[in-house]
Design a protein around this ligand. Structure first.
Ligand SMILES: NC(=O)c1ccc[n+]([C@@H]2O[C@H](COP(=O)([O-])OP(=O)(O)OC[C@H]3O[C@@H](n4cnc5c(N)ncnc54)[C@H](OP(=O)(O)O)[C@@H]3O)[C@@H](O)[C@H]2O)c1
Length: 120
């Protein structure tokens, strides 16, 4: 179905808190926030994003993993510091990027407000 879209976009909702690179950096502020399952599931999603973007590289698809930020939701008993509206804006931005937009990237505007790019 998405093949029929003029500008097909796939946004996998990931988390900068599950970056493999950041989890190896003792200087990162969430270094001690380890868990067995959730970070591994997002790391798998990130790898899937890389592979899917590669698979679709010769098409008009854009495939990215995007972090909504630390958002106050049921997921964290509303301890998140961001709003659902901000998070929705961050995600929908990559669902609506133009032809010149990125593909195969991991984006966290919270982690990197300058370029948005987050280490895998
Ligand atoms: N909140 C954060 O700080 C944060 C940070 C980084 C990334 N994320 C990511 O953002 C996404 C949304 O998180 P959230 O904070 O909004 O979580 P949430 O408050 O726990 O909400 C999760 C939503 O997903 C639905 N859901 C769960 N399992 C489902 C299933 N099998 N089929 C259909 N719907 C299902 C739930 O529906 P019901 O209510 O009906 O169960 C609920 O509406 C997740 O991918 C999360 O990993 C969140």
């Amino acid at each position: 179905m998405m093949y029929k879209a003029e500008e097909p976009r796939i946004v996998n909702v990931s988390s900068s808190g599950c970056s493999l690179t950041l989890h190896c950096d003792p200087a990162w502020k969430y270094y001690s926030h380890k868990a067995a399952v959730y970070p591994a599931s997002k790391a798998a999603l990130n790898m899937y994003t890389i592979n899917l973007a590669y698979e679709l590289k010769d098409t008009s698809f854009k495939v990215n993993a995007v972090c909504p930020g630390f958002v106050a939701t049921d997921f964290n008993d509303h301890r998140g510091t961001g709003t659902v509206q901000e998070a929705g804006t961050r995600i929908s931005k990559y669902a609506m990027i133009g032809e010149d937009g990125p593909t195969g990237k991991f984006i966290s505007e919270e982690h990197n407000p300058e370029t948005g790019e987050c280490p895998w």
